[in-house]
Design a protein around this ligand. Structure first.
Ligand SMILES: NC(=O)c1ccc[n+]([C@@H]2O[C@H](COP(=O)([O-])OP(=O)(O)OC[C@H]3O[C@@H](n4cnc5c(N)ncnc54)[C@H](O)[C@@H]3O)[C@@H](O)[C@H]2O)c1
Ligand SMILES: [Zn+2]
Length: 374
């Protein structure tokens, strides 16, 4: 299979996303070019190391980079902390790095986020390369330069914008990803269709989703490439989220509330919460008279067909507390002057930001969803 290249245009900080099955094996020379022939440092997690580290090392060795050191972190969201960041920085420094040393993030969004952040602060800024191994990280977190860790005050509250030099998406790594993680990542794929590309949504909803989830190489390559192209366009126009980049948060304000209410303990995956959040954002759009009621119905039917959750009850049998959920929404970092910015839609394929939405409408959407009335 050939490589598909998507370019992220950011002036001097532009970079390529290489997409294809078996891309890791092909990327050694390209990586060696970026490291200037010097050995990089791989950062990965324990799950990914066991499966995909040997392949990356072999590819690098083929390009003259042998015995590349790897720092292996524990898997999971709990790794995105100050404590792990400190350990990681110390471990990288212990290897005797220089300003020219390149870090390679091999793993999902957790590894990409903490490694990118470490790269942004080590020696005041090292280059880094993303090799995302989850569907979510391949279509979303590895592109765009947002890096960071969580604190007790919330997710991703400490971080930096630091763009990678290269993103290598080996869609073959998804063969070993648990199906639940694939589905969670798929919710973000749908997001791109909903905000920018109605034809892409139609394609997904009429068979392409099943092919992608079943692991068909061509369906994977295409879905990742379309998603990355849309993200690259949006990030290229608004790197720091002053305007349109916020559209990528469709479903996330509601979604984060469910994640926060569960304490980010892994029982609800980010993409699952986003799936439910997306349905609520569409529902709010209908109630505000922006969008025909058919559109949320189509999206809900599609999520159900592939096995994604669509209601809070699908996420957990726990009693959801409406006030608590609304409280989490107003503590989201996208809140400005105490007012929430919502991403709303006038139909599949268009999205816009809206402030000053009547809080009573928002409450009704959440309350009806929690009561199973949606
Ligand atoms: N920076 C951004 O723009 C951005 C965007 C969206 C999400 N995020 C962040 O991404 C994180 C979530 O990322 P994620 O969903 O990739 O989670 P993750 O990194 O925790 O990976 C999910 C699980 O899959 C395992 N895994 C990874 N690749 C595998 C493979 N190929 N085979 C088998 N197992 C594998 C991991 O070890 C982990 O247990 C969150 O912290 C979120 O905040 C960041
Ligand atoms: Zn997301």
């Amino acid at each position: 299979m050939t490589t598909e290249t998507v370019r992220v245009e950011l002036g001097a900080r532009s970079y390529d996303i290489l997409i294809g099955a078996g891309e890791t094996a092909r990327a050694g020379a390209r990586i060696a070019e970026i490291t200037g022939g010097r050995p990089p440092v791989i950062v990965t997690d324990a799950n990914v190391a066991a499966i995909h580290l040997p392949g990356l090392r072999a590819s690098l060795a083929g390009a003259g980079l042998s015995d590349v050191p790897a720092i292996v972190l524990p898997a999971g969201e709990g790794t995105k902390t100050f404590a792990h960041l400190e350990r990681l920085c110390e471990d990288v420094l212990a290897l005797g790095v220089e300003r020219s040393t390149v870090l390679i993030a091999l793993g999902g969004g957790v590894i990409g986020d903490i490694t990118g952040f470490a790269a942004s602060i080590l020696l005041r800024g090292l280059d880094f390369i993303q090799i995302p191994t989850t569907l979510l990280s391949q279509v979303d977190s590895s592109v765009g330069g947002k890096t960071g860790i969580n604190t007790a005050w919330g997710k991703n509250l400490v971080g930096a914008f630091h763009q990678p030099r290269l993103v290598v998406v080996d869609t073959g790594t998804l063969d070993t990803l648990p199906k639940r993680e694939v589905l969670a990542g798929y919710a973000e794929v749908v997001k791109y269709g909903l905000i920018r590309d109605p034809a892409f949504f139609d394609e997904l909803a009429t068979g392409e989703a099943e092919r992608l989830i079943a692991g068909e190489p061509e369906a994977r390559r295409r879905a990742v490439a379309v998603s990355c192209r849309i993200k690259a366009e949006i990030v290229g126009a608004d790197e720091r989220e002053n305007a349109d980049r916020a559209l990528l948060n469709l479903g996330h304000t509601f979604g984060h509330a469910f994640e926060a209410a569960m304490g980010y303990d892994g029982r609800v995956l980010h993409g699952e919460a986003v799936a439910v959040g997306t349905i609520l954002a569409l529902d709010l759009s209908v109630r505000l008279g922006l969008c025909p009621a058919d559109d949320p119905a189509r999206v809900r039917a599609h999520f159900r067909a592939v096995g994604l959750p669509t209601t809070p009850g699908d996420l957990s049998n726990a009693e959801w507390d409406v006030d608590e959920l609304l409280g989490h929404m107003t503590r989201d970092k996208k809140v400005k002057d105490g007012r929430i910015t919502f991403i709303l839609t006038r139909g599949v394929g268009t999205a816009h930001t809206q402030r000053g939405v009547d809080p009573a409408r928002v409450r009704a959407v959440v309350a009806d969803a929690v009561a199973g009335r949606v």
